[in-house]
Design a protein around this ligand. Sequence first.
Ligand code: DI6
Ligand code: FE
Length: 441
Amino acid sequence: MPPALRDETHLSSTGVCKFRGKMTANQAFDTLWINCHLATMAGSDPYGIVRNGALAARAGRIAWIGAMNELAGDPLSRSASVEDLGGAWITPGFIDCHTHLVYAGNRASEFELRLKGASYTEIARAGGGILSTVRAVRAATEDEIYAQSLPRLEAMMADGVTTLEIKSGYGLDTANEVKLLKVIRRLAEDTPLTILPTFLGAHTIPPEFKGRGDAYVQVVIEEMLPEIARRRLVSAVDGFCENIGFTLSQTRRILEAARAHGLSVKLHAEQLSDKKGAAMAASYRALSVDHLEYLATDDIPALVEGGCVAVLLPGAFYYLNETRKPPVDALRQAGVPMAVSTDANPGTSPVLSIRSMMNMACVLFGLTPAEALAGVTVNAARALGRQDDIGTLEIGKAADLAVWDVETPAELAYQLGGRPLRLLVKNGREVIASQSLRPGE
Ligand code: DI6
Ligand code: FE
């Protein structure tokens, strides 16, 4: 049992209940949500459905889940607050396990160039792409980057996100990478979200090291990584193993150094070409390998062996007009857990809606709506190494909940746009209440 559950003193109310019962000596819960359906994402059917159910939180954790008719006694006497959800659906709070959300500026002009026929690789080789965002980040202050990034986080929350990963990687020297990571840490302090920071110093070779990739990798390993590890700014390290990024052997050295610092690893692999990055990362027990359009099916057993999650990023596939799809059928058959994420970044995936990624994962990659929902909950938790704490609705896990005005959970992947989120609950507290304009609500 997590320690928080034993904390008898932490009986705070959410303060947003529609009606409130009397506190009694045997009161069991802080908040009880009743008359709802639950997609627990645990159990035998794909959604782990509990119909006509209820869920209770205490001290920030899920304390009870079940059918309404199993709820013994008077609910009012059991909980400090009780909220009637009138048939809405509860899912685990969504988890966006791969984002580059903290940056300065935007790249709409490159979007226009690509629409005229320039490729992402051509733009990158001409000094644009990631490097144009590096210039914007280096020219911006920490406060400016913070101010530009905060609304992006708020947009993510409006689509049900309660936990997300954010990578550095647009600073590409120690001072500027630390600047980005400090912004990420401030966002984690100032918002109710759980934010897991990742160091992506090996995103691309900065201009001052042009043609000297090995020398830059040495700086990443000998200077940047030790400083960032010393300051405890990250929990994981990522790299971009690609023709326009780092070679397989350079990437291997970075992952090896990260492991030596006790950090988890993950990798952008096989996005634009087959560099064998995914299998290499799996050999370092990477939490996830991400993108995978060019993954060879022969390399899938290595992912199984390494216990890696395959993170699918349909936004980048869509924006780049890519035609080669990740080998979803083979991944599914091999039992590799598939997560779905926004890859929110200013170049290849300027996307702030994780629900649209669920839709694209279905339409473009052939996932089922249940797989797409697993991709932003249970499997995304695993991609962050947080599966014991979040990602499913189970007793003892964090009470991170998204409450939706939908009739079936498949609607979450079916509809693009709209505002179906009714409530967002983080650690048992409601952090977004209804976005509805209906009278009386
Ligand atoms: N894959 C991506 O999707 C981003 N980096 C990467 O390796 C793109 C980042 C950008 O273009 O700014
Ligand atoms: Fe990415």
